[in-house]
Design a protein around this ligand. Sequence first.
Ligand code: ATP
Length: 228
Amino acid sequence: MTDKIFKLENINLSYKDLIVFKNFNIDFHLNSINIILGSSGSGKTSLLNIISSNIAKDDKAFVYQEPRLLNYFNCYKNIEYVLKDKIKEKDKKNKIDEKIKYSLEMAGLTKNTYSKPSELSGGMKQRLSLARALAYDSNFILMDEPLQGQDIKKKKELIDIIKKIQVSTNKTFFYVTHDVSEAVMLGDYLYVLSNKEGYTKLTYEREIKSNDLNSTLQSELIEILISS
Ligand SMILES: Nc1ncnc2c1ncn2[C@@H]1O[C@H](COP(=O)(O)OP(=O)(O)OP(=O)(O)O)[C@@H](O)[C@H]1O
């Protein structure tokens, strides 16, 4: 099978005197979960912003570290809010309702359809944020450390939901993290950034296979991060 590639070529980015990317190239994989792994300051979020700037506005949804929910709306309305402007007038009502219910079901929140965020646990809030991104119906989902601060059980729960969403929708995910175990548990493709030389480099890339969970990959990646 030949994968379709999402290519970024000759990327340059500076903040005043600080060069972050200098003639940077990277090939991501469409219809897969692409993990961008690196230590703090290695350029992960900057790269995610560059990726975002290469995707049309209504073809991408975001999930951040904080769920960014509207506290006065219930789960259903939190999702409805972002869909209003996206779905065309003529098939609006039924289509929105169908999408919201499907997304809540995928995120395991059907029972909480009418709960407000204040009635949800931290993990459930993040699941709602995922459901909202799914319902937006874009080809791309961009995630910046969405599992930060969740305990290991919640992390596993959320990882399984993200995988399930990818398999059933074939969307392209870009997922930023500094957590090696998250990267190996979730990713299809892994990209490690480092800025050892003063600007960001892609120091390591590989496909992740299901048996990598039991392999030495995690300890190799920890070594790479420590020395980068
Ligand atoms: N708006 C900005 N102005 C100036 N410097 C910035 C800005 N945003 C990021 N930087 C710098 O660019 C470099 C890369 O930052 P970036 O946030 O992309 O890294 P990161 O890997 O996402 O870090 P973290 O894991 O800590 O979020 C860092 O040196 C950071 O200080």
